[in-house]
Design a protein around this ligand. Structure first.
Ligand code: DX5
Ligand code: ZN
Length: 220
């Protein structure tokens, strides 16, 4: 069975000791670091931008998976040219998605297209050949710590089937509500990357313990 990549999201980490929180994820066996950029417009919250991502780039060698929850994401891409490994943009704010994915690839980055729970898979169908990753939101974006909308895993399976039928190489990443109790199901539905926010950064256990438990529950 293929290795399931775990991508902790720092959204519920302690921002007062963020560098240590990121180092803990790397030491604990994370594969990727997921970074949620929110603009207060596409989603209600505002988180952080390129400056913080540049700061974190110096404290870890984990690949950076950038999740742009912003309007006009194409205007921000260049700011992450030296830091991100994958740049994910939402279909809901990308009328020219193929041009945006192309611009991301021209920077030498992996290009991801994200789809909200309320958006039909048909919206991304024409972009699948141009994407390195499809990020399926299993919550309505904006906050960490929400419950996964279970029906969205069925959507993951449909996208997996579309990718396989077309012979496209894009990976599927699941973002939202991934926990010990559903991580194996995420992998079975066809994801190869899972974002884990509050299931990694919480008050109950250490980052390393949480990653180990998620890994064990995934069974791969
Ligand atoms: C929410 C973000 C997620 C968030 C996930 O809008 O896109 O990446 O950090 O947090 P959990 O895993 O707690 O749902
Ligand atoms: Zn995210």
């Amino acid at each position: 069975m293929a290795h399931l990549k775990i991508a902790p999201s720092i959204l519920t980490a302690d921002f007062g000791r963020l560098a240590d929180e990121v180092r803990a994820a790397e030491a604990g066996g994370a594969d990727i670091l997921h970074l949620d950029v929110m603009d207060g417009r596409f989603v209600p919250n505002i988180t952080f931008g390129a400056l913080l991502v540049e700061t974190l780039r110096k404290v870890t060698s984990l690949p950076f998976d950038l999740h742009l929850m912003t309007v006009e994401p194409e205007r921000l891409i260049d700011q992450f040219a030296d830091t991100a490994d994958t740049i994910n943009v939402h279909i809901e704010v990308s009328p020219h998605i193929n041009r945006t994915l192309d611009a991301i690839r021209k920077l030498g980055k992996r290009a991801g297209v994200c789809i909200n729970p309320g958006t039909s898979v048909a919206a991304i169908e024409e972009s699948l050949p141009d994407a390195d990753q499809v990020m399926v939101m299993t919550i309505n974006p904006g906050w960490g710590g929400q419950q996964m909308i279970p029906r969205q895993l069925e959507k993951v399976a449909r996208i997996r089937a579309m990718l396989d039928a077309g012979g496209y190489g894009a990976e599927i990443e699941i973002d939202g509500g991934v926990k010990v109790g559903n991580i194996a199901e995420c992998a079975r539905a066809g994801a190869s990357v899972v974002v884990c926010g509050s299931s990694v950064y919480n008050a109950q256990k250490s980052v390393a313990e949480n990653i180990a438990e998620l890994r064990a529950a995934a069974g791969r």
